[in-house]
Design a protein around this ligand. Structure first.
Ligand code: SF4
Ligand code: SF4
Length: 382
């Protein structure tokens, strides 16, 4: 994980306050994890006191709860229902509004792109990979999404190596964590060390990351700090709640489009779309038109949508995917298979959110292993 160009430092937990203050003084809107409504969510923070100190999350299929830790770890949890996509690819974004002018014509006003840069604190390795995937979706082709690019290009990323994976995490299977890769696009990477003195090993990944770190009191990292960081992330890798065998997965799914397991999962799936809303890589959207009763103004707003809604695939004459079976199959085969054809990588980073936040606990890792185990048998599996 070490980025050789910049000297790593060790900072005290109080240094996080200085980190937030420095970023704010440089004009960033600072966003980080905090506890709200019984979950750890990402929101604006004004100081490090708002971080979820001493909290962790317990996660399983369809289940999430916060519990107290017996220490003051600031990043001692996995991931919550939010992902950073809500700030880069916003759930609701007005595109333009139109109003009737005094002469009776129409004046169309495009919404200006956001101009305040954002700093994200606490970005996990799986989330860095998810951001990289969405970068490809929104900025990698001929048609660059103006609003995504405006938010993304100046974003300052403070990554935090994961030392407390959740019960539904499987990033090791997807090659996306728990340790951030050198050069993975972060400005600063932190590893929280809780054995002995509570401290953070801080590494800069960019010049501006190094310049922010230079403002935080600290000391040079020792061999002992590196060993402690490696031990913490090795322990995290061994604690993954789930695994997924991804060998040959694209072709496995393509060969099994008529597998009876799709009927089995369809009988459980509520088509609520929660899995797509919490997924850090899902990017379906649609537009909504609005207007006032006087007929003088109109708006067009882009909103998150989901491939689990019947309307999403509606074309003249009806929906292409009218059944839950068709919709779940579309979602999973795209995420794990055809995404590779489209974007060159899997669309899944193994964060486990879709498992935790599915109200009936449908588990993508279990669905893959059921299909793999019974391929060609023609038998539905329970
Ligand atoms: S499919 Fe599920 S586990 Fe994979 S990235 Fe999306 S939410 Fe995370
Ligand atoms: S898999 Fe679960 S979260 Fe996704 S649409 Fe079906 S019921 Fe909702």
């Amino acid at each position: 994980m070490q980025h050789r160009e910049f000297k790593p430092a060790v900072i005290a937990p109080q240094g996080l306050d200085q980190l937030v203050a420095t970023l704010r003084s440089r004009g960033f809107r600072v966003l980080g994890p905090s506890v709200r409504d019984g979950a750890i969510v990402y929101d604006d923070i004004e100081g490090a006191a708002e971080l979820p100190s001493g909290w962790t999350d317990e996660q399983d299929g369809g289940s999430y709860r916060l519990v107290r830790r017996d220490d003051d770890a600031r990043f001692g949890y996995a991931v919550g229902p939010h992902s950073w996509k809500r700030f880069l690819f916003r759930p609701e974004l007005r595109l333009w509004r139109a109003r009737r002018s005094e002469s009776g014509g129409l004046v169309v006003e495009e919404e200006p792109a956001a101009d305040q840069p954002m700093a994200f604190i606490g970005v996990r390795s799986c989330e860095l990979h998810a951001i990289e995937i969405q970068d490809r979706v929104f900025m990698g082709g001929h048609h660059v999404d103006r609003d995504y690019a405006a938010q993304r290009e100046g974003a300052f990323l403070v990554a935090v190596n994961c030392t407390a994976p959740g019960g539904t995490c499987f990033c090791t299977s997807m090659g996306t964590g728990p340790t951030v890769d050198a050069g993975a696009g972060y400005d600063i990477a932190l590893t929280e060390l809780l054995v002995g003195e509570h401290r953070f090993l801080a590494e800069a990944g960019t010049e501006r990351g190094a310049s922010v770190l230079a403002e935080i009191p600290g000391r040079p990292a020792t061999r002992g700090d590196w060993d402690a960081a490696e031990a913490a992330t090795d322990a995290a890798a061994a604690l993954m709640g789930r695994t997924m065998d991804v060998s040959d997965i694209r072709d496995l799914l393509a060969r099994n489009l008529e597998h009876p397991r799709w009927d089995d999962v369809a009988a459980r799936c509520l088509s609520c779309g929660n899995c797509t809303q919490v997924c850090p890589t899902c990017f379906c959207s649609s537009v909504e038109e609005g207007g006032d009763l006087s007929g003088d103004t109109a708006t067009r707003t882009r909103v998150w949508d989901t491939c689990f809604s019947v309307e999403y695939s509606y074309i003249h004459g009806g929906s292409i995917r009218p059944s839950s079976r068709a919709r779940y199959r579309q979602w999973m085969t795209h995420k794990l298979g055809t995404w590779i054809d489209q974007f060159g990588t899997s669309g899944c980073v193994g964060c486990g959110r879709c498992i935790t936040w599915c109200p009936v606990g449908i588990d993508i890792t279990e669905e893959v292993s059921a299909i793999r185990a019974t391929e060609g048998s023609g038998a539905a599996t329970a």
